[in-house]
Write a protein that binds this ligand. Structure first.
Ligand SMILES: Nc1ncnc2c1ncn2[C@@H]1O[C@H](COP(=O)(O)OP(=O)(O)O)[C@@H](O)[C@H]1O
Ligand SMILES: [Mg+2]
Length: 273
């Protein structure tokens, strides 16, 4: 099932512009099937632009270069076709339909799937990942907390039964306990066979669950390698795993151990191993 030698997604010399501004310059990237690949980089580096370019949501972009999914060119394709080809996307800011209930939001996510039985099975899986979504089926999504909306946004993306899931800063603005839960679930999703391309600023946390990683700086890939190589990279260490991250990480770890002490852990994956 997991064949790290098979590139599921391949970008070759991709360039993306906003008007005259070149936001991506010659980005070449390979995402192996069955992995979590993390895109690190500071604010404005072009991380969201990279995901948007893959999804075809930026008008007329990429300007140059090619994007190949399962050997098929997807650059220049309409977003809906890209979704149908098997890529789901959770943009920054956990967008859900606030007026729709939790269960309606999940149904919307399944719009590309014809097979009702399959949708039912996927819904069960999503409820297993996120038990709170099963408990809140009739609640309007807009009344969920930020963390709950993020869970719903990821759950909705999974309803499309993607082969590749693009996540843009899923942990942003979440309490440390929820950050830990989101990362646990992302690694479970990968373990069940969905390839994940993850944008994160929380490098330390992300590199614990990721298999591979790249660093984007001013629209260019400056480092790429395995997660272990990135952890050992001095530049990555200095720029993205400084004191601030360490503090929130420690907080996350202690909150997680409190939760485990209370026996409330629902998605335990040992991130330290
Ligand atoms: N819609 C837009 N119009 C013009 N410039 C944009 C737009 N979106 C992003 N940019 C610019 O492109 C660069 C990369 O942005 P972005 O991909 O959002 O970075 P990141 O996600 O890494 O923070 C930044 O300089 C940003 O200001
Ligand atoms: Mg961004």
């Amino acid at each position: 099932m997991n064949n790290p030698a098979t590139p599921l997604l391949q970008l070759d010399s991709v360039e993306t512009y906003y008007g005259p501004l070149r936001a991506l310059s010659g980005v070449s990237l390979t995402v192996a099937e069955g992995t979590i690949t993390v895109i690190l980089g500071s604010n404005g580096a072009g991380k969201s632009t990279l995901l948007g370019t893959i999804m075809g949501v930026l008008d007329g972009q990429p300007h140059r270069g090619t994007i190949t999914f399962r050997g098929q060119r997807i650059d220049g394709m309409a977003t809906e076709k890209i979704v149908r080809a098997g890529i789901s996307y959770v943009p920054e800011g956990r967008r859900v339909f606030p007026e729709l209930t939790v269960s309606e939001n999940l149904k919307v996510g399944a719009y590309t799937v014809r097979d009702r039985q399959s949708t039912r099975r996927t819904l069960e899986r999503v409820h297993d990942y996120f038990p709170l979504l099963a408990d809140r089926q009739t609640q309007p999504a807009g009344t969920l907390s930020g963390g709950e909306q993020q869970m719903l946004a990821i759950g909705r993306a999974l309803m499309n039964e993607p082969e590749l899931l693009l996540l843009d800063e899923p942990s942003l603005g979440l309490a440390p306990l929820l950050v830990r839960q989101v990362f646990d679930i992302v690694s479970q999703i990968r373990d069940e066979g969905v390839t994940v391309l993850l944008v994160e600023q929380n490098a330390r946390m992300a590199l614990k669950v990721a298999d591979d990683g790249v660093v984007l700086e001013s629209g260019e890939l400056v480092v790429s390698g395995t997660a272990a190589e990135l952890v050992d990279n001095d530049e990555v260490e200095e720029l993205y795993m400084g004191a601030a991250t360490t503090a929130s990480e420690q907080e996350a770890a202690s909150t997680a151990s409190e939760r485990e002490a209370q026996g409330g852990a629902q998605h335990d994956v040992d991130l330290e191993s």
